[in-house]
Design a protein around this ligand. Structure first.
Ligand code: HPA
Ligand code: ZN
Length: 350
């Protein structure tokens, strides 16, 4: 019997799953294993865990219905599903931030890294650049030296992990600069780059010019979350003021044709995370996502999952989903293998 379309799609997804892949935009806590989180919310009762939050943060977190339900539950692990339902970037960021309160010891941090490696291995992701939001762990009282010791571990076996330090824009540009100055002399060779995550609309890229000048001087690869919550002007600032080598998301560049041409001509890769953009409400549906238009305009890109536990997606599924937007299997194969070329650490990726 000839293979049906559904069978062909299934076997192609299996093929995508099996082949060696690179992922360049993935947050460490965004890949937190569900069982690990369940275990930690039982170990550290949420109401107590949140006591370390400054009052304004606590109020913001409590306003999220999913978090309020977790705080009120007799078994908080039973209420975790709600944390993964959100319909705006702000709600997602609150849910994401909430999880840091359950990383209380260096051993918890190490547990995240072990979980990440298992996640990568299970998906045949052989090279990953993983974003780690350092100030959030420092706020939890974890010692910087301990964090850097864990990040510095570099097992010879695949997956190869290189870290992208996220200075988290919500702490403001001065704090970001002070932290980077403190970090630079201590960074292990496994740290390959710098980014800013968090609320782009409250802390746009241009505020961080000095931070990026420092990072560039120190030889770090540079990227920034831009063109996600804000439009093309934010991507222009990322390029002209911060002079980044890649853009995290960057998808709203589509709103300015001259920017799209610029990205294509200068060969600036976008780290595109389609499911993330739909789940956080940047686009109302996959059909409305501009990834195809950007691709046709010649903008270099890699495809990533951003926060796979929160968005419930694997890298292979993310790639396969591009079929519904008009990508051919050959084009998707090209995107999957092309990601290695945009790595900040070409040697580790090879
Ligand atoms: N945007 C900003 N900050 C983030 C994201 C994102 O998509 N994911 C994790 N932190
Ligand atoms: Zn991200």
């Amino acid at each position: 019997m000839p293979e049906s379309g559904a069978q062909r799609r299934a076997s192609w997804l299996e093929e995508l799953e099996a082949r060696p892949k690179a992922e360049l935009h993935l947050h460490l806590r965004g890949a937190i294993p569900r069982e690990f989180l369940s275990d930690r919310v039982r170990r550290y009762p949420p109401a107590q865990a949140l006591e370390s939050a400054p009052p304004n943060q606590l109020a913001r977190l409590r306003r999220q219905p999913a978090i309020a339900r977790i705080l009120a539950a007799s078994d908080p692990a039973e209420e975790l599903d709600g944390l993964f339902r959100f319909d705006s970037l702000d709600q997602f960021l609150a849910a994401y931030f909430f999880t840091v309160f359950f990383v209380r010891e260096i051993d918890d941090f190490r547990g995240l890294v072990i979980g990440l490696r298992e996640h990568l291995l299970a998906q045949n992701i052989t090279y990953a650049e993983v974003t780690v939001s350092i100030p959030e762990y420092l706020q939890q009282g974890l010692p910087l030296e301990g964090i850097l010791e864990v990040l510095g571990e570099d097992p010879p076996a695949r997956p190869k992990v290189r870290w992208i330090v996220d200075l988290v824009r919500n702490y403001g540009p001065d704090a970001a600069e002070r932290l980077l100055e403190r970090l630079l002399p201590l960074l292990p060779p496994t740290v390959a780059g710098l980014t800013l995550g968090g609320a782009e609309h409250l802390y746009p890229p241009q505020q961080f010019e000095r931070v990026y000048a420092l990072a560039r001087e120190a030889g770090l690869g540079t990227t920034v979350h831009a063109g996600e919550a804000l439009g093309p002007e934010s991507v222009w600032h990322a390029l002209d003021t911060l002079r980044v080598e890649r853009i995290g998301h960057g998808v709203r560049a589509i709103e300015d044709p001259s920017l799209v041409s610029h990205l294509a001509e200068r060969e600036i890769p976008l780290e595109i995370c389609p499911t993330s953009n739909v789940r956080t409400g940047v686009y109302r549906s996959m059909e409305a996502h501009p990834v195809r238009e950007l691709y046709e305009a010649g903008v270099p890109m890699s495809i990533s999952t951003d926060d796979p536990t929160f968005f419930g997606i694997s890298l292979a599924e993310e790639l396969a989903g591009l079929r519904s937007l008009g990508f051919t299997t050959g084009e998707i194969d090209g995107l999957a293998s092309g990601a290695f070329a945009f790595a900040f650490d070409a040697e580790a990726a090879a």
